[in-house]
Design a protein around this ligand. Structure first.
Ligand SMILES: NC(=O)c1ccc[n+]([C@@H]2O[C@H](COP(=O)([O-])OP(=O)(O)OC[C@H]3O[C@@H](n4cnc5c(N)ncnc54)[C@H](O)[C@@H]3O)[C@@H](O)[C@H]2O)c1
Length: 425
């Protein structure tokens, strides 16, 4: 696929950010926009015009995504809509013959995950979750170190989404109304649900390093969480009385801690905390039989000789040298541009370059519908576990046994002659 024509659904915060990246990727054309708000379509048509690119076809309206998915002028549907639309749009995209690239979390329930798996298998289309954290510099460094054997066998991981999202959810009056317009869909979701509804940022990169669905698989999960206090305290302080948001009952605990076990005896701890005033972290901890990498801040250590131990992290100088030497080749190639373009410290562009590169060069995408399903079904399963007093829940084998023979993800470079980079954003 030399030219990839993209239909972009949802031009809010995330879709708007994608418009900084997609138009600069060689061989990618933004061929269609789908929104319910015409003024956002106009805004991003102007952005295309500013780059001297052709206008995109417009699909505007609540159900317009159905027509977009059926239209033969696109190859890929890039879904940045609110959560409840991810699965219906991804299914319609695949039924319409397009590949579906879906923002996180791509799905929430076990049934939704099976429907995506079955549709991807039947239509032969990709359904990939846009899990940008798998392309973070440190996460890719960890993958590289794991493949180089520096950490030994990665036996335990700790990942998280710890991000103070109180104002993002409540759209408090002093915030910029346009930036924060989102119909409160995220607040309403968090009000209704327990468990970890946003687990894949922390989980995905660790699964890749461990070879989940490629030699191992997630098999059971238990989840426990705190009481819900942070959102209510925030609402009491920031939301005017009489406003429905002030009295909204919140089910989501301030801090959820989930433990996942794999078939081959690995464990992963995943945390979710968006209701507390605390600095951002994804933890990014990879514990191997020979060493450890952890993050926020980045630190690394391994034993030089079996049995000698690694009782302290390497000093800053050595850690920095390792970071440079073992930087993932995609970061070595495109990291400077990615940081310049922005988008979560560059990982967003590295992700978009990679799927585009794979589609253009006939390579399988780094993660597929099986990864999507096994990570995303934890939305429902962690909620069930919490509501059942942390009872263990079985995680389905969406690969139907194929995890045993699939090869782990390697450390793949982007060949410059196959994907020349623009000199600047
Ligand atoms: N990967 C990341 O780092 C990251 C960061 C932020 C958000 N996200 C994800 O991106 C997605 C979007 O989040 P957001 O913060 O941009 O939300 P948002 O509310 O700002 O944007 C959603 C957009 O979808 C539009 N929309 C609503 N209904 C629609 C419909 N029927 N058809 C077409 N468009 C419709 C809205 O008008 C809005 O502009 C979510 O899944 C979120 O979890 C991912």
């Amino acid at each position: 696929m030399k030219t990839i024509r993209v239909g972009l659904v949802g031009l809010g915060v995330r879709g708007g950010m994608a418009m900084d990246r997609l138009p600069i990727i060689p061989g990618v054309e933004v061929a269609a926009f789908c929104e319910i708000r015409q003024h956002l379509v106009d805004k991003y048509q102007a952005a295309l015009e500013k780059r001297s690119l052709p206008r995109a076809r417009e699909f505007v309206g609540l159900e317009a995504w159905r027509n977009l998915c059926a239209w033969d002028g696109i190859d890929v549907v890039y879904i940045c809509s609110p959560w409840h639309l991810h699965v219906p749009i991804a299914l319609a995209a695949m039924e319409g013959g397009k590949h579906a690239l879906v923002e996180v979390p791509a799905a929430f329930t076990v049934d939704e995950c099976w429907s995506l798996v079955e549709t991807a298998e039947r239509t032969g289309r990709y359904c990939m979750q846009l899990e940008n954290c798998c392309y973070g510099e440190i996460e890719m460094l960890a993958l590289n170190l794991a493949r180089e054997g520096k950490l030994g066998d990665v036996i335990h991981g700790e990942g998280a989404y710890l991000h103070d999202l109180r104002s993002y959810n409540y759209n408090s009056p002093e915030d910029d109304a346009e930036w924060h317009y989102r119909d409160y869909w995220r607040l309403k979701w968090n009000a209704e649900h327990k468990g970890n509804q946003y687990c894949t940022h922390g989980l995905g990169p660790i699964c890749q390093a461990m070879g989940v669905n490629r030699g191992d698989r997630l098999c059971r999960v238990v989840s426990m969480e705190t009481a819900a206090k942070g959102f209510a305290e925030y609402a009491a302080a920031k939301v005017p009385s009489g406003d429905w948001r002030r009295d909204l009952q919140i089910a989501m605990g301030d801090m959820n801690t989930t433990l996942v076990q794999t078939e081959k005896g690995r464990t992963i701890m995943i945390q979710h905390g968006i209701a507390s005033p605390r600095p951002y972290s994804r933890l990014n901890t990879y514990v191997g039989t020979r060493g450890i990498l952890t993050d926020y801040p980045y630190r690394v250590a391994w034993e030089e000789e079996v049995g000698k131990g690694a009782h302290r992290y390497f000093d800053d100088q050595r850690a920095a040298k390792i970071r440079e030497e073992f930087m993932h080749p995609q970061w070595k190639y495109a990291g400077k541009l990615a940081v310049e373009v922005g988008g979560h410290d560059g990982m967003d562009l590295i992700m978009d370059l990679r799927w585009a590169y794979c589609l253009q060069n006939g390579l399988p995408l780094d993660f597929d519908v099986y990864d999507l399903a096994s990570w995303c079904c934890l939305g429902e399963l962690t909620e069930r576990s919490v509501r059942e007093g942390s009872a263990p829940q079985a995680i389905p084998d969406f690969t139907k046994g194929r995890w045993q023979s699939r090869a782990p993800l390697g450390v793949e470079a982007l060949a410059p002659e196959k994907m020349p980079l623009p000199s600047s954003k």
